[in-house]
Structures are given as structure tokens and as C-alpha cells.
Design a protein around this ligand. Structure first.
Ligand code: FBP
Length: 335
């Protein structure tokens, strides 16, 4: 079953590729959605989208509440979070850092969703490597917290990783709302790498042995936060996140919807991705710190993907060669 989630992100990457660099982000997103839906239609599961698209920019998408899979009797139940393209702007400009990704988690016996829906646009996030998570779990008084001053977080991280603060590499989404954070990181002398879009790969990077990035911090999309949390649970890294209302209007509407008592809550990865049997699959569209992009030569396309499972913490990186003359991409639109 988990390989079918990977096939879905592969299909999305392949089918949206013709839009890479073409300046039409909605069309690219639509293509990726069509390919994911098409693959879901083939899958014997009872899936429900709990985190879909559309909330941030009214993108065409797979929406919350949509039932996917065959829903055959006895088929496994999954709550699904997905981002058919994270980094749609990057994809439309042909810039690095666009991926297609899906997280799936089997709900437990309780009534709660296995993947936590967050009705706010943004969360303030802090993602860190396994060593930092373990040190913090052993001593929760350490200032490894999305609420702690960033200087303290970076000094503590440096100590745990046995580095100087100036060698700690921090990624932040380049947005005015993150400016104070950016100034503080510069002031403390850590290495700053800003990204224009696509903060799922940035949040996963600290937990990858292959990446020079130690910390991802700052305010980015909430759905992306839940997807990152699911993957970090598979990778053994950690994340904390707090709802960040954009303005008073959003704050009021969150309170009116009954989220008032959650505005001060610090969500850990296991609060955002709390199901049993969590999978995370992603395929690169353009190259990123997590995955290389799709390469095409004549009729052959090569995709680079990752498939992870929380239960065993097995992380598979897959390079797949597709013969475009014989490959069938299942699409919902041509069902
Ligand atoms: P999209 O691909 O949906 O456009 O998201 C890109 C992204 O950069 C996310 O990775 C990030 O979490 C979010 O947008 C930040 O939101 P905003 O662009 O509104 O600051």
C-alpha cells in the first residue's frame, strides 16, 4: 500500500513537469492533483483527506473531507494530508525546491483525526535534528522551544551538536513576518539560509544526515507544518509549532470556531501527526535539499523520491526510471 502513495507523488511530479517554468502555478497544481486523484482511484483504501489544499490561496485541489480510494469493505482506513506541489511558485518559475508529497496515517481507536487539522493559515515552527530532540526529551528545561528566544535555541543546539554557534546553519522562509527572527539570527552570528518558498523540505532537512542544515525556524503554512511533522516522526527529528493568526480578523474567527484555547498551545510533531502507522512519500519536481528533481532524456524520465514509515523509521530513497512511451499515468480527468 505504501508504495502506491509513492506512485501517486511520482505521477504528480511527472504530470506537472510540463508546467515547470511555464509561469502557470494553478495549472501545474491542477495537473498534480489530477494525477494524485487518478492514482488514489486505483488504491484499495478508505482514505479521507484531512489536510488538503485551497485554504491558503484557494488553489484547485483535493479538499478536506474528500473521500479517496475505492472504499472497498475491509480496505485499510487512512487519514491523508497532501500537498500536490509544495513550492508552486518555484515550480512555475522553474526555480529549485518544489516537491509533491503525501502523508497518510491510520487512525487509532479514538475519534480524533490521525493527522491534526489546523484551521489557521500559518504556524510558527521550529524543526530540529534527532540529537536535539533526544537532548530536550532527556532535559525538558533546555530552551529548545518555539517560544524561547532564538539566540537561546541556537546556543543550546550548538552545544548539543558540538559546534560553535557560528557553524549552526539555520533556514528561514524569507517573509516580512520573519524579519525580526532573521535579524536576531544574524545578530547571534549563526549561518542563515533564506528560502523563497517550499518549507517542507526545509523543515525535514535538519533530520537528514545528508543535509548541512541544523535548524528550520519561522512562520510558514500550517498544512505544510502537519506534513513536515508526519515526516519528522518517521525520520526521528522533532518539531514544535504554534498557531500564528495573521491578523485580528483571523484570530477572532479562530476563537469563534472554538480554537481560542489552542492559540497558546505548543504542538509537538506527535500532536500534529498522532496516528498509528504513519507514511510519508515525496517526489522532487525541481531539485531541493531533500530530493533531486525530475530528469528527462528523450523518452526516459527519472524521478527521485523518498518513502518513510514511522513504525520502523525506515527511510527509502528511490531513483525510478520511467519509459514515457509505455508509462500509463492514471488521471482522474480521464477516468
Ligand atoms: P504553495 O506551494 O502552496 O504556494 O506553498 C509554498 C509555501 O512557501 C509553503 O512551503 C509555505 O509553508 C507557505 O508557502 C508560506 O506561505 P506564504 O507564501 O503565504 O508566506
Amino acid at each position: 500500500m505504501e508504495f502506491d502513495f509513492l506512485r501517486a507523488t511520482e505521477q504528480a511530479a511527472l504530470f506537472s513537469l510540463k508546467w515547470l517554468g511555464q509561469g502557470q502555478k494553478e495549472t501545474a497544481d491542477e495537473a498534480a492533483c489530477d494525477a494524485i486523484r487518478g492514482m488514489f482511484d486505483q488504491m484499495d483504501m478508505r482514505g479521507e483527506v484531512v489536510i488538503g489544499e485551497g485554504i491558503k490561496d484557494e488553489a484547485p485541489g483535493l479538499f478536506k473531507g474528500e473521500q479517496v480510494g475505492t472504499w472497498a469493505e475491509g480496505a485499510p482506513r487512512f487519514d491523508i494530508a497532501l500537498d500536490p506541489i509544495d513550492g508552486t511558485t518555484n515550480c512555475s518559475k522553474g526555480l529549485p525546491n518544489s516537491i509533491s508529497c503525501i502523508a497518510a496515517a491510520a487512525p487509532g481507536d479514538g475519534t480524533d483525526n490521525a493527522l491534526q487539522e489546523i484551521p489557521a493559515f500559518y504556524m510558527n515552527k521550529l524543526a530540529y535534528p534527532q540529537a536535539v530532540r533526544k537532548a530536550w526529551m532527556a532535559d525538558p528545561s533546555l530552551p529548545v522551544s518555539v517560544e524561547a528566544p532564538i539566540g537561546e535555541v541556537l546556543k543550546t543546539t550548538a552545544k548539543i551538536l558540538n559546534k560553535d554557534v557560528r557553524d549552526v546553519v539555520v533556514v528561514v522562509l524569507d517573509r516580512p513576518r520573519n524579519q525580526q527572527l532573521i535579524d536576531d539570527i544574524r545578530c547571534i552570528g549563526a549561518q542563515l539560509r533564506m528560502i523563497t518558498d517550499g518549507d517542507i523540505t526545509a523543515a525535514l532537512a535538519p533530520a537528514l544526515n545528508t543535509s548541512p542544515i541544523d535548524i528550520y525556524v519561522g512562520i510558514g503554512g500550517s498544512p505544510e507544518g502537519v506534513l513536515s511533522a508526519a515526516a519528522l516522526r518517521c525520520l526521528g527529528g522533532g518539531m514544535q509549532a504554534k498557531i500564528w493568526p495573521r491578523d485580528d480578523e483571523e484570530k477572532k474567527s479562530l476563537i469563534a470556531e472554538g480554537w481560542g484555547d489552542k492559540l497558546d498551545k505548543v504542538y509537538r510533531s506527535r500532536d500534529l501527526a498522532k496516528g498509528q502507522d504513519i507514511f510519508f512519500a515525496a517526489t522532487g519536481i525541481s531539485e531541493s535539499p531533500l530530493l533531486d528533481g525530475v530528469h528527462v532524456k528523450g523518452q526516459m524520465a527519472t524521478t527521485h523520491s523518498v518513502l518513510m514509515r514511522e513504525k520502523s523509521q525506515t527511510v527509502r530513497f528511490l531513483t525510478t526510471h520511467h519509459n514515457l512511451e509505455t508509462k500509463h499515468i492514471y488521471l482522474r480527468s480521464s477516468r
